[in-house]
Design a binder for this molecule. Structure first.
Ligand code: FAD
Ligand code: NAD
Length: 451
């Protein structure tokens, strides 16, 4: 009998399996496809490989797809090696839980048609999420790609194979829609952004959202607000899209439609319907240490809803294993960093100004601009700013919002500061090397100190 069965080998499941094994548990990890889940195989890594080549301009476009596949392959092998070194038993197959209470029982159906029964003292569910396909006529046509799989189509992304695709419509104005839209523009495609409302990246700080909207406009994106898509009709190899925008009918032709209109936890295919595990608002319900409502069952990552981020899944794995081993670690969602890989890049952690206001906090804000940062100018990337939200009384950093060069990497220092409750003075009076981009964060903190 295993001490722990992990179902799903994405960033959440692999991290939990590795950690639990390091704590001395006998661990089985059941994964039906490649290790690495959505993140490695069709999410974070392939999109960022395209982003850094197409938008960051790093590397030639010839052979881009082969290099992208090479990166994925290297990381898949790395994951397998990590599991092996930790002593985790990886079972390749589809797992269905047949007993949730008491001893956990699972049937694993392998690709070759054989099945295997396994048992465990504990069970951790990390099965991820899938794209929501909104209702409209023709939503299942082959030219309609969902955000969770779109990146796997070389006919759309490989510069050496995508000449037939000239116009791509993207439904949604979230992270997937914006990241994919900008990569496609970088590849020379025309992009039509079909937004559900007038909002863009609705959870971000208002000042960052304004700047993102400007960046979208500058790229001559065709933007339609308040869209209700009613039908997609095949037109040769492409599509005619029909619906309304601000209640006025519209018709647009495109070669592909990417549906980037949010993701939903996977609740089917692993025996959940026969369990007493509580589901709330379409997500596996968990407490702060990722315990589900059935004894000995934990759930982490995208299947628990909320922010669907690979690093959040990994830190939820830490919380789950901590609770299994008598620890108390829980994820602090008020210090959750997130990045949007567009141009200029976005990195954000902690409370937005709007959130600070709605919580009734007496706060101060400050900004420093990359246009005054030596390194940014030397790099030819002076566009953007760092905005700090701090508590007025003592300068404790509540949120940091960056839009500009290497914002995602710059976020590391800000995330540490917010999660450890540091003050603007703590950051401003720590020596920052020159010339570096992180001096811009230091300067924004200095402005809070100076009032
Ligand atoms: C296009 C795109 C870009 C993204 N970019 C980023 C980014 O830049 N940064 C970021 O933080 N996040 C990003 N994300 C989100 C990120 O991919 C997810 O948050 C992350 O993968 C969630 O990890 P997880 O372990 O919860 O689930 P997943 O990674 O989805 O893994 C779940 C695994 O469970 C397996 N599974 C499911 N059911 C069964 C079963 N019955 N038996 C066996 N195996 C099963 C699946 O095959 C899968 O491998 C992106 C997502 C997409 C779609
Ligand atoms: N860089 C990153 O960290 C990164 C990149 C990609 C994806 N992700 C994660 O993956 C998850 C899914 O991303 P996403 O972009 O699908 O979700 P999202 O929640 O960011 O955006 C969904 C968008 O779809 C719109 N929408 C909803 N229903 C619609 C409809 N019927 N018609 C038109 N538009 C509709 C919403 O208004 C919103 O703009 C997110 O949780 C995100 O954090 C993260």
């Amino acid at each position: 009998m295993y001490d722990l069965i992990v179902l799903g080998g994405g960033p959440g499941g692999t991290r939990a399996a590795e950690l639990a094994a390091h704590h001395g548990m006998q661990v089985a990890l059941v994964e039906k496809a490649h290790l690495g889940g959505t993140c490695l195989n069709r999410g974070c890594i392939p999109t960022k490989a395209l982003y850094s080549h197409v938008i960051g301009g790093k590397g030639a476009r010839e052979g881009l797809w082969t290099r992208l596949e090479g990166v994925i392959d290297t990381l898949r092998k790395g994951n397998a090696q990590l599991m092996k070194m930790a002593g985790v038993k990886v079972l390749r197959g589809t797992g269905v839980v047949t007993q949730w209470e008491g001893t956990k029982k699972m049937t694993v159906a392998h690709d070759d048609g054989t099945t295997e029964q396994i048992e465990g003292k504990r069970l951790l569910i990390a099965v991820g999420a899938r794209s929501v396909r909104p209702e409209f006529v023709g939503n299942d046509l082959p030219q309609v790609l969902t955000g969770d799989w779109a990146i796997t189509d070389p006919q759309l992304w490989d510069p050496e194979r995508n000449a037939a695709v000239q116009t791509v419509a993207v439904l949604g104005a979230g992270v997937i829609a914006l990241e994919m839209g900008m990569i496609l523009q970088g590849l020379g495609k025309k992009v039509i952004l079909l937004k559900h409302s007038d909002q863009i990246l609705r959870r971000l700080d208002g000042d960052i959202k304004k700047k993102v909207a400007l960046a979208v406009k500058r790229r001559k994106t065709v933007v339609k607000d308040y869209v209700r898509l009613t039908e997609a009709v095949a037109d040769g190899d492409g599509l005619i899209l029909r619906g309304t925008s601000k209640d006025e009918p519209f018709e647009e032709r495109c070669d592909r439609l990417i549906v980037g209109s949010s993701m939903t936890p996977i609740l089917e295919g692993y025996g959940l319907e026969n369990s007493g595990v509580k589901i709330e608002k379409g997500c596996l319900a968990v407490d702060a240490q990722m315990r589900a409502s059935v004894d000995g069952v934990w759930a982490i990552g995208d299947c628990t809803g909320g922010a669907m981020l690979a690093h959040l899944a990994e830190y939820q794995a830490l919380a789950a294993v901590s609770s299994m081993t008598g620890g108390e670690y829980a994820v602090n969602l008020d210090a959750l960093p997130a990045c949007v890989f567009i141009e200029p890049e976005v990195g954000t952690v902690g409370l937005t100004e709007e959130e600070a206001k709605s919580r009734g906090i007496d706060y101060a804000t400050s900004r420093a601009y990359f246009a005054a940062n030596g390194m940014a100018l030397a790099m030819g990337e002076g566009d953007g700013f760092v905005k700090v939200v701090a508590r007025k009384a003592d300068g404790v950093l509540l949120g940091v919002h960056i839009m500009g060069p290497e914002a995602a990497s710059l976020l590391g220092e800000a995330a540490l500061a917010v999660s450890k409750g540091l003050t603007a003075r703590d950051v401003a009076y720590s020596i920052h090397a020159h010339p570096t981009l992180c001096e811009c964060f230091r300067d924004a903190c200095l402005r809070i100190v100076e009032g």
